[in-house]
Design a protein around this ligand. Structure first.
Ligand SMILES: [Zn+2]
Length: 213
């Protein structure tokens, strides 16, 4: 199932690449931009930027639309999830909301699964760009829960768009969680920004910051 989804995406890309037409009106009167860094703010998360060859902006002279095409966006949303989980301390309110949505859970489902009440989850998420917990040590339980949910709801689902390498990166990190605790708790490692890269000649998005790497 997963493999089929992967190969389908490759086909779409292969036919898209040489076809320099405006995605809105099909005109060839189009100027293509491939930004070196793209602020990916459409998913309700601050500080996520995309590098490499995954973003193409079509500026159309005919219909005047500016269309941004993100390659393998479903995979990207899952790689961002990994990036949050393998990063330093200070998981923020909006990151909790992002992951909960990625897991397809309501606040109520999420609260029941972690053994809290729904208003607690709402309070966490309302913290926005601030860390949910002031002290990194306090977020260990939340992190363990989120990693467990990621395995259940993403890795082991029919909608996993991750490559074998990406799955391994996450599993290695989760498997050595205790060894990684020191880094997770190190306040100096608090991430300011998440960068996801899609190198030339690669079909996959990659986390740039990775504690286990
Ligand atoms: Zn157009």
């Amino acid at each position: 199932m997963t493999k089929n989804l992967h190969s389908q995406e490759y086909e779409i890309e292969a036919t898209m690449a040489p076809n320099k037409k405006c995605p809105s009106c099909d005109s060839t009167e189009v100027r293509i931009e491939q930004p070196r860094e793209f602020n990916y703010d459409r998913i309700g998360l601050s500080g996520v930027s995309l590098a490499g060859n995954g973003v193409t902006i079509f500026n159309c002279n005919n219909c005047k639309n500016k269309t941004t095409v993100i390659r393998q966006e479903q995979q990207l949303t899952q790689v961002i999830g990994i990036s949050i989980l393998v990063n330093g301390p200070g998981i923020t309110g909006e990151q909790v909301r992002y992951l909960r949505t990625l897991f397809g859970s309501t606040q109520k489902d999420f609260a029941d699964a972690i053994g809290k009440r729904r208003p607690t989850i709402a309070e966490w998420e309302a913290k926005g760009i601030k860390p949910v917990f002031g002290k990194p040590f306090d977020e260990i339980g939340l992190r363990l829960f989120l990693m467990h949910q990621f395995t259940d709801k993403v890795l082991e689902s029919d909608y996993c768009f991750l490559s074998v390498q990406q799955e391994k990166e996450f599993s290695d990190f989760a498997g050595s969680f205790v060894e990684n605790l020191q880094k997770i708790l190190d306040k100096n490692k608090r991430p300011k920004k998440i960068t996801i890269n899609r190198p030339r000649r690669s079909q996959n998005w990659q986390t740039v910051q990775c504690l286990s790497g």
